[in-house]
Design a protein around this ligand. Structure first.
Ligand code: F3S
Length: 90
């Protein structure tokens, strides 16, 4: 996948410690998510934070599929924020 250089509008946050590894996010959005060796998902090219959560800024064109991934997660550990007002959408 080529990196989307367009303006970032949203931020994905993955509460990785609480991921149960069900894999739905990877099935829905394989260009953004993959299963890692520890059996949990990770955001491809996501930034890892000290608390083991992950985040990645995405463009408007990348929003929809990641929203679907977040909605597919049975334990709701994928969150998406709008950057302009920090509004949490899921
Ligand atoms: Fe984990 Fe939820 Fe994906 S449990 S593997 S983040 S769908």
């Amino acid at each position: 996948m080529t990196e989307d250089k367009s303006e970032k509008t949203h931020k994905i946050e993955h509460d990785r410690p609480n991921c149960i590894g069900c894999g739905a996010c990877v099935a829905v959005a394989p260009d953004f998510w993959e299963m890692d060796d520890d059996g949990k998902a990770k955001i491809l090219k996501g930034k890892k934070k000290p608390d083991e959560t992950q985040e990645k800024e995405i463009s408007d064109g990348e929003f929809k599929v990641n929203m679907e991934a977040a909605e597919s997660c049975p334990v709701n550990v994928i969150h998406i924020k709008r950057l302009k007002d920090d509004e949490k959408l899921i």
